[in-house]
Design a protein around this ligand. Sequence first.
Ligand code: SAM
Length: 287
Amino acid sequence: MSDLGNPRVIQQLMKEHHISARKKYGQNFLIDANILRQIVEAAEITKEDLVLEIGPGLGALTEQLLKAAGKVIAVEVDQVLIPVLQENLKDYSNLVLLNEDILKVDLDALLQKEGDGRKAKVVANLPYYITTPIVAELLEKQSSLESITVMVQKEVAQRMQEGPGSKAYGALSLLVQYYAKAELMMTVSSSCFIPKPDVDSAVIRLRIYEPKERPVQTTHEKEMFELIRAAFNQRRKTLLNAVGNAANLSYSKEQVREALSKMGKEETIRGEALTLREFTELTELLI
Ligand code: SAM
């Protein structure tokens, strides 16, 4: 069968199977063979690898992954696409195809079952409407992952790499920076997709750190990320008010004031001015 990654084949498939791209599932199908090849190269996939693909769509990226990897687990929420994927990819015996919502899958159990002790590499052209929850979920389950190479909106790729002082800096930036080394691999024009998305895209690679490689060390990750979320949920407020008034946290304003003072920070400071290291320090002082 000819490769799926070209506009003619994708359009033909959609026509044959009466498929129109569903906005509610963030469907923008890749139609550029070069981009597909570059994504697989960026993810450094070898025959030893277990790959987890989120949202295989019509199978264009999946096919390239199946050729390069040992095994590919592809998780697709849209039931309509499953028979099309089964038909398109029937020649590959190294595919595990699941009709599930990635946010409801027990990832640890799945990767343990299929992984034979290997860590997985995630590769995906992500649905943009749920990029942040997916990346957050993957990072929280990072112990069974080696890397995450994903197509996202260009602006989200930038947000992952920002530091204090930038408008785009937020909880996602800190989550990424704590767990992974982020590298922007390429930007991708909207003309590489059917239908064309409204925004430019980018491929970002997150190489997951071993725990000892992380830029800061803490045994209170859970508390630190609760604090970070509270700080950025109300980012226009001072850290003192955002954290001191957060319903899900039990720190009093007095405790926050004292901790900030020990760190040499003004009590008018906002969360967006603190680095990852400073959030770690603040957490350790508060708990
Ligand atoms: N991989 C294909 C490609 O590159 O042409 C399709 C990418 S498209 C941007 C995103 C895919 O994710 C769609 O196939 C969509 O149905 C699927 N998807 C959306 N939400 C999902 C979810 N919660 N779990 C699994 N797949 C999902």
